[in-house]
Write a protein that binds this ligand. Sequence first.
Ligand code: FAD
Length: 427
Amino acid sequence: MSIEQENDASAQQNWSGTYRYAAERIIAPTDAAELPGIIRSAPRVHALGTRHSFNALADTSGTLVDLTGLPDDVAVDGVAGTARVTAWTRYGAAAQALEEAGFALHNMGSLPHIAVGGATATSTHGSGDRNGSLATAVRALTFIDANGDPQTIRRGDDDFDALVVHVGAFAIVTHVELDIQPTYRVRQDIYSGLTWEAALADLDAITTAGHSVSIFTRWEGEDLGFVWVKTRLGDDTDAVVDVLLDGARDPGSTPLGSDDNVTELGGVPGPWLLRLPHFRLDREPSFGAEIQTEYFIDRQDAPQALRAVRALAPLIRPHLVWTELRTIAADDLWLSPAYGRDSMAIHFTWFDRPDEVAAVIPLIEEALRPFGARPHWGKVHAFDAERLAEVHPRLADARAVFERRDPDGRFVSDHLVALGVRETRSR
Ligand SMILES: Cc1cc2nc3c(=O)[nH]c(=O)nc-3n(C[C@H](O)[C@H](O)[C@H](O)COP(=O)(O)OP(=O)(O)OC[C@H]3O[C@@H](n4cnc5c(N)ncnc54)[C@H](O)[C@@H]3O)c2cc1C
């Protein structure tokens, strides 16, 4: 039975309350068997995951289908090395089921609250020079297509590389099959006191310091901020370095201003699922009423690109909560921002000041233009179809696949047309 969410104001917003969905109606099915009928009866339709995107990506002029009331299922196949997860299941819940079976994922995003289907659809990433985005673990997708029929596509099939990072543009995904590996343990350490000068002279020394490394900065003078290193342990007694470039391990540090919603730090070993995300599943993550922006550049351009953004620091800082710098391994997924290039992602968490943020974003995009920066699909940016086509070499190819699979344009939205992901329709 579907629940209509038409009159509930909070039900019409994204997680941070900074985007209001324009959809004619939002429905929340409680049984996945309803999905084919919903798709067939709606001229315009779109899936909604856990609402952690910051722009109109999930929106539609028609029916928005909130999937989060559907029952979770995680089926682990240790022999095949896969887990088949319902797309609306949060990473935290999937990870718990995997851990109980003795398995793990290669990486996690900064929070475990996001749905597997929504996160992989936008190529959500954690960090690590050798870690691809979360979408790179996708081995198969099962979805209800634009005719309301179930289909499965597997790695190696035609269209697979076009469809994994699909931004909701062609179907409602019901199951995601993920690569898994034996469980492992991780410790987290904070390093502070590093300078920009030392960091820009040897960024690799920082980004290779662990399985997953994040630099948190506020672009303040010579102070880099702090470096958050997640070390994958062979044994709980494995040591980590005390000195990182011109900085040092800072065991007492409480980054991000508070430690009550952050996963355990201070070098305490723990299971991967309680260390790889920055935020705890049982607490509200991040800052709250915030806007996020993020751009991906080729890792080899990172020092020059960071210098270009640093020049804008006086304009950025007043509206910035923090910036996070992470690395992502190259992949072959057509709409992935890390397509074809080992990348660094330059992320901004902004205060909820839409006008000020809208004024500074074009300046950052102009500064990063020489580096072919690609925006995160789920965060606020000012790219249009023309500019996206300049930086996403497979955009037109992906659009052709979406058009072939959804010729009547059920999954078309104004936002996707503006980005060149789908073609314009007359009605
Ligand atoms: C506090 C916070 C921290 C974040 N941290 C990170 C981070 O560490 N790394 C990073 O890369 N991003 C991060 N993000 C961004 C976030 O991961 C992405 O926006 C992601 O898409 C969120 O998933 P969702 O299910 O909440 O998406 P939604 O906003 O609900 O949907 C995103 C897109 O996926 C589509 N979609 C969702 N489910 C389905 C489905 N079942 N079938 C078809 N289409 C579907 C929607 O139509 C839409 O196009 C963060 C966001 C927040 C709010």
